[in-house]
Design a protein around this ligand. Structure first.
Ligand code: S3P
Length: 430
């Protein structure tokens, strides 16, 4: 799919579910491959990113069957991966590359991890350094970018404090920790999503969290599991935002992951005035799951900075694109990390918001989007720069604009949400 036209809409209403959580799907698939026996993962994410993880696992000798949203993974144990005959292609997926780097650090062979143009520009030193300290040999293009050639070794445990808040780096170290003699620890000054810790515990690993430190003991074995993935709150956010853009809207999003390390967006929207309620909340495999109900209400606006940035990292594109629809606007600071995501998200947001007529100030570490522009935005041609979250954020912002917008290269939404545009279309009243 190339271009997608978005016509303005009156309201969005009804019930929906979004695909399985991308972060959790990657983790369950990887741990299932390292476990002994057959694991079944239900509601496995439809995201292209998670298919990349499955494809890499296949190249490492793991049999994976996918039928609709169920992935069956035939695990071969911690020592069962085979040397790949070809490069492992993570395509657009940073999570695939960084998590698998951790696993490969503990193998007895060399494997090469590569990715698409975007991923080959993203920083990898952050995983290379701790894994090298553990004993792995990693060669990278210009010593910091993919392709990464990883030669595993007999690893030693380390105590590592994360210099950049990153769940991917934490996870790479914890996965390598399964192979390291002794107990490996990771301390995070700023808390990030804890799906790896929860999933490791589900598969029977010796993992413990106390305060800001997670510890993992070496092996010895992981057990195959039957698991269900909650739906992805970071995908649900585009629909929450659509309800906030369009007066009179009312939505119920079912079976969503509500892990407290991911729900800062719900608190932030609620603080700005969004009427959000959670129903049918329960615990599944250590993860909170429930339905999210939202009604339209005017939004106050606000500032995201400091530790909140890491908590909202994947939701910042949508929040920024909501800026014109708020009273006081949205300001994002301390978010340099956004420049090294699937695109330079600060630049992509500023460029496309301006194309729609919004007033934006860009900073090295964020941006400020002026509010009170709801009725004034105009339809525009949007360039998502190949970034799924930029494409979806502007599809939502375009719903409240005057006249049609066109999203170029809209197919990139499939990186996390292949049916995004049809799901949106079914719920809109134009
Ligand atoms: C993810 C962690 C975050 C997030 C990404 C998924 C994960 O990245 O932005 O979409 O699944 O661990 P960082 O760890 O680089 O912050």
């Amino acid at each position: 799919m190339s271009k997608q036209t978005i016509a303005p809409a009156k309201t969005i209403s009804g019930g929906l579910s979004v695909p399985g959580d991308k972060s959790i799907s990657h983790r369950y698939a990887i741990l299932a491959a390292l476990a002994e026996g057959r694991s079944e993962i239900h509601n496995f994410s439809a995201a292209a990113d998670c298919r990349s993880t499955l494809e890499c696992l296949r190249r490492l000798g793991i049999t994976v069957d996918v039928e609709k949203d169920r992935a069956t993974v035939h695990g071969r144990g911690l020592r069962g991966l085979k040397p790949p005959k070809k490069k492992l292609d993570a395509e657009n997926s940073g999570t695939t590359m960084r998590l698998l780097a951790g696993v490969l650090a503990g193998q007895w062979f060399t494997a090469v991890l590569t990715g698409d143009d975007s991923l080959r520009r993203r920083p990898m030193r952050r995983v290379m350094e701790p894994l090298a300290q553990m004993g792995a040999q990693i060669r990278a293009r210009d010593a910091e970018f993919a392709p990464l050639a990883i030669t595993g070794a007999a690893l030693k445990a380390i105590d590592y404090t994360l210099p950049v808040p990153s769940a991917q780096v934490k996870s790479a170290i914890l996965l390598a920790g399964l192979y390291a003699l002794g107990t490996t620890s990771v301390t995070e000054p700023v808390r990030t999503r804890d799906h790896t810790e929860l999933a490791l515990a589900e598969f029977g690993a010796g993992v413990r969290t106390s305060g800001a430190t997670v510890r993992i003991a070496c092996g010895p074995r992981l057990e195959a599991r039957q698991l269900a993935v909650p739906s992805d709150i970071s995908s649900a956010v585009f629909f929450l935002a659509a309800a906030l853009v369009l007066p009179g809207s009312n939505l119920l999003i079912s079976g969503c992951g509500l892990n407290p390390t991911r729900t800062a967006i719900l608190d932030f929207l609620a603080t700005m005035g969004a009427p959000i309620s959670l129903v049918n909340v329960s615990m599944r495999h250590g993860e909170l799951v429930g339905d999210i109900a939202i009604r339209h209400a005017p939004l106050a606006g606000g500032v995201v900075s400091g530790p909140l940035v890491a908590q909202l990292i994947d939701e910042l594109p949508m929040l920024a694109a909501l800026g014109p629809y708020t009273e006081q606007g949205i300001e994002i600071r301390d978010a340099r990390e956004l420049r090294v995501k699937e695109s330079d998200r600060i630049a992509a947001l500023a460029e496309n918001l301006r194309r729609m007529g919004a007033k934006v100030e860009e900073f090295p570490d964020g941006l400020k989007v002026e509010g009170k522009s709801a009725g004034k935005l105009r339809g525009a041609e949007i360039d998502p720069h190949g970034d799924h979250r930029i494409a979806m954020a502007f599809a939502v912002a375009a719903l409240g604009a005057q006249r049609n917008s066109r999203i170029l290269d809209a197919g990139c939404a499939a990186v996390s949400f292949p049916d995004f545009f049809s799901t949106l279309d079914q719920l809109l009243d134009r």
